[in-house]
Design a protein around this ligand. Structure first.
Ligand code: GTP
Ligand code: MG
Length: 370
């Protein structure tokens, strides 16, 4: 499961990637198309719950959940027709499961903007249009193929052809595939949707990239950000304010140095951790926790996963021989002052069976027998 960092050239995608991955692996410089080949990085997901458990246990090993980010080249107008290596770059996005759309929300005259001015809504539209056009081409091709197959009386092909006709119209109207009226209960439709791998069907988060000054003055005051936030809200998407440049500068600070820096700036936290957490959620992922002196660990599962399959993440024997799970939610533990005695006294330690749907922040011990 990975997220693609997408946007116009020179808006700060590689800078953000370097900040997220705490590396300088991606070349970030003030000229468009600095990035051509995608950079890939594995990023630990910040989790205060895991930190707290590790502290309580004075654990030997703390293992966070991870998520993968891909820094993709900038898209320009005409990308869907191959402009600026467009087809290659769109292909890189197709391989991702979700999108972080970086939008330039800082002025700064010396940083080149490919369109000559700063206008986040126009920029978002430019990118969306290219993604929609690329999807449209794919949907039209597939529609024609299904329509041909339907002529032989193939009912499935006919249903697919009709669905894709509607989708084709929807995209032609300039709307993205996310907002199409999919029938989530129709397995064949969902399978077709997955198979198509449409760019605009992928979930998206907007990252509003602001200047260092905004970080100090308060990011809410940035008018560009407010516009992006409104647009995101209308789409039901999240918009996270960040200052990629500063994040990159402080990426290799120690936690103490970071705290000092934030205190000096008069802020509590930067946007980066929020962005990583939101990205993880965007992928439909949650974490359950295991704890102990030997190791405290956050395990990644898809939302909706049942206890035996969650156990299988730890070891296939756990799933095969699953008997039951002993579960305490982190929030309950916290509410009991982190005392297991209190948790038990209040009956908050639950025994769950094979149909239990694991929740984010569950601390679990599995009982199994093989
Ligand atoms: N002032 C300011 N400059 C930034 C910020 N983020 C990025 N930049 C600068 O903008 C320029 C472009 O940044 P990159 O990260 O290379 O941009 P990109 O989106 O990866 O660009 P391409 O790979 O060419 O598509 C660099 O000179 C960065 O230092 C920011 O938050 N504030
Ligand atoms: Mg780049």
């Amino acid at each position: 499961m990975k997220l693609g960092i997408v946007g116009l050239p020179n808006v700060g995608k590689s800078t953000l990637f370097n900040a997220i991955t705490s590396t300088k692996n991606a070349a970030a410089a003030n000229y468009p198309f600095c990035t051509i080949d995608p950079n890939t990085g594995i990023v630990p997901v910040p989790d205060a719950r895991l930190d707290k458990l590790a502290e309580i246990w004075d654990t030997n090993k703390k293992t966070p959940a991870i998520v993968e980010f891909v820094d993709i080249a900038g898209l320009v107008k005409g990308a869907s027709h191959g402009e600026g290596l467009g087809n290659k770059f769109l292909g890189n996005i197709r391989e991702c499961d979700a999108i972080v759309h970086v939008v330039r929300c800082f002025d700064g005259g010396d940083i080149v903007h490919v369109e000559g001015s700063v206008d986040p809504l126009r920029d978002i539209e430019t990118i969306d249009t290219e993604l929609i056009l690329s999807d449209l081409e794919m949907v039209s091709n597939r529609q024609a193929r299904f329509a041909k197959a339907a002529k032989t009386g193939d009912k499935k092909a006919l249903a697919a052809a009709n669905l894709l006709s509607e989708l084709e119209q929807h995209l032609s109207d300039g709307k993205n595939a996310r907002s199409f009226d999919w029938d989530e209960n129709d397995d064949e439709q969902m399978a077709l949707r997955r198979e198509l791998g449409l760019l605009t069907a992928k979930p998206v988060i907007y990252a509003a990239n602001m200047s260092e000054d905004d970080l100090m003055d308060g990011m809410e005051q940035n008018a560009y950000y407010q516009k992006v936030k409104e647009l995101a809200a209308a789409e039901g998407a999240q918009c996270i304010p960040i200052c990629a440049k500063t994040e990159e500068d402080i990426a290799d600070y120690t936690p103490e140095e970071k705290r000092e820096f934030l205190a000096e700036m008069g802020i509590e936290a930067t946007g980066l951790d929020n962005l990583i957490k939101a990205s993880y959620t965007l992928l439909g992922l949650i974490s359950f926790l295991t704890d102990g002196k030997k190791e405290c660990r956050a395990w990644t599962i898809r939302r909706g996963t049942k206890a035996p399959q969650a156990a299988g993440k730890i070891h296939s024997d756990f799933e095969r021989g699953f008997i039951r799970a002993s579960v305490v939610s982190y929030d309950d533990l916290a509410a009991c002052d982190f005392s297991m005695a209190n948790v038990k006294a209040k009956g908050l330690q639950r025994t769950e069976g094979k149909d239990y749907v694991v929740k984010d922040g569950d601390i679990i011990e599995f009982l199994f027998n093989v």
